[in-house]
Design a binder for this molecule. Structure first.
Ligand SMILES: C[S@@+](CC[C@H](N)C(=O)[O-])C[C@H]1O[C@@H](n2cnc3c(N)ncnc32)[C@H](O)[C@@H]1O
Length: 213
């Protein structure tokens, strides 16, 4: 075989373009594209998986909740996003502001966010890393995956372990009574919206004087 390259199989420009398009879409799907201009924290960069009860907030709602969390956490505050990855992503878009944030999530695709990702399964509410100290977050924002009392009770255990006091819960309107019973939170006027229309009505609940009323 000679070494002038004539024997190396070549792809047609059409095939090459199709292949490039495939890789581009794949990178976007996985939220891994890091080339210039792509925001790895944009909501939807990791697609909804309905098997995991994933329904992302609209951009406006994620921004409103992120802004609320920053104000509630205060200067240099720590924020925990429990099963609420879009709020984490929105907070990271604002990086540079004076706060720190962790994402507690069951979906390991979010481990692309590095050390701030903490694997979390609500079925084992206190099965958390040792370095996650009790009452070490100024505010915990949580959106449990299921509208059941069992899921809320278990997620509430995690929330109460992590928070210094402030809680912002997003869940179905039908969970109002159970949210009050398990976490002492009250419904807010602000109505969260999702990227897709959901059959269930959602609400936010807090246990402090918030900007969501
Ligand atoms: C109703 S969605 C809330 C997402 C929120 N609306 C957002 O946009 O960030 C429920 C979340 O719970 C997560 N989840 C699914 N199964 C879980 C489990 N066993 N333990 C904890 N979280 C879980 C999903 O991955 C999803 O992020």
């Amino acid at each position: 075989m000679d070494d002038d390259g004539d024997d190396i199989p070549q792809l047609s420009s059409h095939t090459l373009a199709a292949l490039q398009e495939f890789y581009l879409e794949q990178q976007q799907r996985e939220g891994m594209k890091t080339s210039q201009g792509f925001n790895q924290y944009s909501i939807g960069s990791i697609e909804e998986d309905w098997q995991l009860s994933q329904f992302w907030y609209s951009d406006e709602t994620a921004s409103r909740l992120a802004d609320e969390a920053v104000v509630a956490a205060g200067k240099g505050g720590r924020i925990a996003c429990v099963s609420a990855p879009s709020v984490y992503q929105k907070l990271k878009e604002q990086d540079g502001k004076d706060f720190s944030v962790c994402i507690l999530e069951y979906d390991r695709r979010f481990s692309v966010y590095g050390e701030e990702f903490i694997f979390y399964d609500y079925n084992h509410p206190l099965n958390l890393p040792e370095n996650l100290l009790p009452h070490s977050f100024d505010i915990v924002i949580a959106d449990p995956p299921y509208l059941s009392e069992e899921c809320l009770q278990k997620t509430a255990e995690t929330i109460k372990y992590l928070t210094k006091g402030k809680i912002l819960l997003c869940t179905g309107a039908i969970m109002e009574e159970q949210a009050a019973k398990n976490l002492g939170v009250k419904i807010c006027k602000f109505i969260p919206k999702h990227a897709r229309n959901l059959a269930n009505e959602f609400r936010c609940y807090v246990n402090y004087v918030s900007g969501l009323d």
